[in-house]
Design a protein. Sequence first.
Length: 212
Amino acid sequence: MQYAPNVTVVDHPLVQHKLSVLRDVRTGPKEFRELVSELAMLMAYEATREFQLAESTVMTPICETTTKVLAGKKVAIVPILRAGLGMVDGILSLIPAAKIGHIGLYRDPETLQPVEYYCKLPEDIGERDIMIVDPMLATGGSAAAAIEFLRARGAKSVRLLSIIAAPEGIAAVTKADPDVRVYVCAVDSHLNDHGYIVPGLGDAGDRLFGTL
């Protein structure tokens, strides 16, 4: 299935292997957390592919040489609480200077609409390349709301990283904000009557924190 040009499915063999283990109901919280962190790191590697470079010079043990460095990029990682927290450390292992914001949203079980209960962002959020992280992109309501909150605070460059997405979630996010870049490891079949992704992996927050 083809999606908008701003949607990237990260289909590297290592990603797909780790995703298979992540889905398995027998995978316990410790291994689940490790896999989410590893997948987040691999996704961030892909999501930063278009970062601009500038020339620099370094002295090697042999001579001075011209090299490439990131062109003044400032990054913010914004997890959607609580499951998004599981993806932060993996990205920080690649971009240790990134600042962290937090957006707290929960999905109303009746309406399936997002409700905000917390939002704390770096003061210079409008100057940063932002990665919103949430393992599951289901209805897309929470992600679209988080993007809207960030845009209202001046955010210009926004990427959304979700490990598993439903087609409904991708459609909702790209319709709400056509400029956001979306990165996922898999696009599953559909949402069930409870708003869960099928086949999915269950509740990512519960599996991360052992609250099943």
